[in-house]
Design a protein around this ligand. Sequence first.
Ligand code: SF4
Length: 335
Amino acid sequence: MKTFAYQRATSLDDAVQAVSADPDTLYLAGGTNLVDLMKLQVRRPRALVDITHLPLDHLTHRADGGAVIGATATNAVVAGDPDIRKNFPVLSEAILAGASGQLRNSATMAGNLLQKTRCAYFQDITKPCNKRAPGSGCPARTGAHRDLGILGVSSSCIATQPSDMAVALSICDAIVHIRGVAGKRTVGLQDFYVPPGKTPDQDNVLRHGDLITDIELPALPVGAVSRYHKVRDRWSYAFAVVSAAAAVVLRDDGRIAQARIAWGGVAPRPWRASIAEAELLGHKPSPQLFERAMRAELQHATPLPHNAFKVDLVADVTAALLEDLIRSAQERKTR
Ligand code: SF4
């Protein structure tokens, strides 16, 4: 690992100023992804600014059922929080489906959102990779792409965003609060990640020095049931081959009043399946309806030979998840 300087921030302003002033200085919180990438020489910062002692680890529940989570609240604390489990079960399940218990004890909410793709070429500095070294090429397209994307990818990059948590936050319509040298701003999670296009080195809307301070969760709709399903190569812990988060509200006549669906493991960002959501609205739930909705969304998929299986897999996982949720919503109505 390259030698680096270490500085402990004394305030939010201090942290933002220190990182903004130097393109080779980065924030350090849980470090569970950053330190791995430093060992691999993928990231080679001159200095790290430690923000773990700043007052950013809050978890506040609002009277309306929403919540505000600080950037450095750990994944373990959030997943185990009784009100998160009650009001946002999809978020708790997604976090628990990611990483190991040890990692969740260190990993932070903002760090989880910002983790880098696990594309093997990105992590190997002896290989070309447009995301790590712009303009060098994308060997994954003709090489190892079994785990990579089928939706929203570009000819420059087909990497996937690896965060389970971000998939759940997507259906919660989460809002990311950001602080930079120019002041504060907010970005909806759907707009937080940017499509790879010709500049896949840019993962998200953050400018250098921007600091995520909070993740805001508006309350889910009244009567919503939500859950997260993940398919992975081993049960203990692994990144998603595909995953699905969904929330459903049923009308009194049993038809679908609201549906939110997001996918992981298939795109450079949590893939909000808005076409499928629209197909479901106002209809009686049935396997045929779910199949039609999934196919409508997946008509835009651009799979490659070794990840084409994801098209059927994500459709099947989501249909099973929706069946689960409909059953739960029906039981809730009869209680
Ligand atoms: Fe790099 Fe993206 Fe291609 Fe992977 S898919 S090699 S991250 S450019």
